[in-house]
Design a protein around this ligand. Structure first.
Ligand code: GDP
Length: 140
């Protein structure tokens, strides 16, 4: 199995409830290593760029407003099959449909305020990581 990197965001609903440590524990217990991490406030242009793929969706403006509503923790996670592994650990987008034991089942508030983001493919992971980290900030 290939060692991969994926991009993660602990979203504002989770930082507001002081859940960074609880989510990081689930990430580490799930077999992923946090090889870069910083807490910051995403700017409006950054959020619009990050979610540009969803710009025609009815929830786009609400999603962008939510992502700039408070601090986030951006992360790079590393491990075997990290992209798929983290998607599985996050659970379904809608917490009502998320499997037991997943981050979203445990912590998400709604389909929008769903606590975490994870890249969906290798090309997206590379782009998303580069949007927030330089190479020397990632230490495996
Ligand atoms: P993900 O890959 O599981 O994060 O899901 P998507 O890429 O489909 O959507 C990106 C983000 O948009 C989700 O994580 C949610 O925060 C938000 N989102 C997705 N679907 C909906 C929806 O139907 N309504 C609202 N308000 N937000 C949504």
């Amino acid at each position: 199995m290939a060692v991969e990197r994926t991009f993660s965001i602990i979203k504002p609903d989770a930082t507001a409830r002081n859940l960074t440590g609880a989510i990081n524990a689930m990430i580490e217990q799930g077999g992923l290593r946090i090889v870069a991490q910083k807490r910051l406030c995403i700017s409006l242009p950054q959020a619009r760029k990050f979610y540009a793929v969803h710009k025609e969706r009815p929830f786009f403006n609400d999603l962008v407003d939510f992502m700039v509503s408070g601090p986030v923790v951006v992360q790079v996670l590393e491990g075997d099959n990290a992209i798929a592994k983290y998607r599985e650990l996050m659970g379904a987008t809608d917490p009502a449909k998320a499997a037991p034991g997943t981050i979203r089942k445990a912590h998400a508030k709604s389909i929008q305020e769903n606590s975490v983001h994870g890249s969906d493919a290798p090309e997206t992971a590379v782009k998303e990581i580069a949007q927030f980290f330089s190479d020397n900030e990632i230490v495996g």
